[in-house]
Design a binder for this molecule. Sequence first.
Ligand SMILES: C[S@@+](CC[C@H](N)C(=O)[O-])C[C@H]1O[C@@H](n2cnc3c(N)ncnc32)[C@H](O)[C@@H]1O
Length: 254
Amino acid sequence: MGLAPRFYRDATEIEEHTVGQIDPVRERLIETYRKKAKHYDITSRLYPAPCYPQRAQRLRAVRALGLQAGDSVIDIACGTGLNFPLIEEVIGPDGRIVGVDLTDAMLAQAQDRIGTNAWSNISLVQADAVDFDFPTAVNAILSTYALTQVPECAEVIAHGAAALCRGGRWVVLDVKFPDHTPGWLAQLGTAIVRPFASIDEWIMRRPWETIRAAMQEELADVSWTELFFGTAFLAAGSRGPGTFGIRPPGSGHQ
Ligand SMILES: C[S@@+](CC[C@H](N)C(=O)[O-])C[C@H]1O[C@@H](n2cnc3c(N)ncnc32)[C@H](O)[C@@H]1O
């Protein structure tokens, strides 16, 4: 919070950006991801568990967006851009991706990926997800393995839902604490989220429930699928006719 959104086209500029006026929790999170950024693409393959089918689940999340060629997609907390190739494959050069993330070093890796693939239709924004000013009438919003780390996740869902075009899709893939947990699995689950926040706080807060409730509140046709013994979930919903015009005047997200 308090970090003015910035657009980047140059990796050097991202690296040089200094973080000011943000709360200590965010600062700790940024420091954590600065350390992880360089090797994130490799280490994240073990996330949330060594045999978890991460690429298949990413693909499933991207498919749940129902994309078509030429679509616009916002990737919230995009990290190093692991979703970009899967999205690019469908939207093609006429589409557009905006990747948003809090951590400069993760965006620098994303910028490298963009350069390596010579994609000219992706822009990166360094911003806190809750402060991000969504462009209007976007076709789809995706967030993978990140939104449960954002305490204001319900606000992010609401802001995004209001920015979608009619029929636009919001998809969240993330980890959760399983409801009926064998002891070993509970320990594994707590180990994977430890770098992001106090695990006790995360379990107490139950952000996956907040995300589910916010999606049900803001979107139509919401689906919820538990994955990998309940340690992850895929949630998806659309902006339907019934979700238009229900916001109070002056909310700024119509
Ligand atoms: C586990 S990584 C996931 C990255 C990517 N979405 C993926 O699927 O590989 C979590 C990312 O969320 C970002 N993040 C955490 N809190 C954030 C916030 N409040 N606003 C924006 N990004 C945030 C971190 O900087 C990090 O890049």
